[in-house]
Design a protein around this ligand. Structure first.
Ligand SMILES: [Zn+2]
Length: 259
């Protein structure tokens, strides 16, 4: 099966009647991964013919609820079902402590989990290799505002990711202040997965065109676009000459060509 990205949730901070909050299922040579965990991922995986116990690793961009709200339930489900294999979770600074507190606060001691859970607080710009998949996180400006820093200190950290495997390379924006934050990372990417919760679509279209990225997947749709995604297509028309997809929940994007 060709490598594929499946949008489980295409909403932003306010899930709507049409869209769940952010999560993706990524299949790489048949191996299953999750990117963010805002949507009810377990139920959705079943509905798309996938098994939550087959998820090999989860990559978290940051700890806003629209990106992590279903992580606790995913872990406790794997516990209840006696997951037979290790689960890996990669996330920004503080992820290990947050997950351990989440479990303890919901009356499950981390050391009593019925499966091995390996949590990695990532180092930015360090590639993590999982089979044929390589993931490199980079810090974004989303949580770098002075208010975040004064209230939450160093732990306020948001990331995007460059993900690649033989035959494809994509950049996932996470949440950004400006698409130009992606400039150092978009080189050689054949797919840009970009959020549309904090930007004008024209800005993202101009950036994608200047970066000459051949395909764009717009997701994480903010409220003005939730029921009117065609507004994004209209803004991209005449500005971006590549292939544009605007995500709905359930949108699938093929990453590699079939052998
Ligand atoms: Zn978000």
């Amino acid at each position: 099966m060709p490598d594929q990205l499946l949008v489980l949730g295409s909403a932003s901070g306010a899930p709507s009647g049409r869209r769940f909050a952010t999560a993706f299922a990524l299949q790489v040579t048949g191996k299953l991964f999750l990117i963010d965990c805002g949507a009810p991922v377990s139920t959705l995986l079943y509905r798309y013919g996938l098994d939550p116990l087959d998820v090999h690793a989860i990559f978290l961009s940051h700890w806003h609820m629209d990106h992590v709200a279903n992580l606790g339930l995913f872990i406790t489900q794997n516990h209840q079902l006696h997951r037979p294999t290790e689960l890996k979770i990669f996330g920004p600074r503080g992820t290990r402590g947050k997950i351990n507190r989440l479990l303890t606060d919901s009356f499950l001691l981390p050391e009593k989990l019925r499966f091995p859970l390996k949590i990695t607080n990532i180092e930015p710009d360090t590639p993590y290799q999982e089979g044929l998949l390589s993931v490199s996180f980079f810090k974004t400006q989303h949580l770098e505002k002075p208010a975040h820093k004064s209230n939450f200190g160093r732990k306020a950290m948001a990331c995007g990711m460059v993900l690649s495997a033989p035959g494809w390379r994509m950049v996932y924006s996470g949440d950004l202040v400006s698409p130009h934050e992606l400039s150092p990372h978009i080189k050689s990417c054949d797919l840009l997965v970009h959020e549309m919760a904090h930007h004008q679509p024209e800005t993202v279209a101009d950036f994608a065109e200047a970066a000459r990225v051949p395909r764009v997947l717009i997701t994480h749709l903010g409220e003005p676009f939730d029921e009117a995604p065609e507004k994004i297509a209209t803004a991209f028309a005449g500005r971006y000459n590549g292939h544009l997809t605007i995500a709905e929940d359930g949108t699938k994007v093929q990453l590699s060509q079939p052998a």
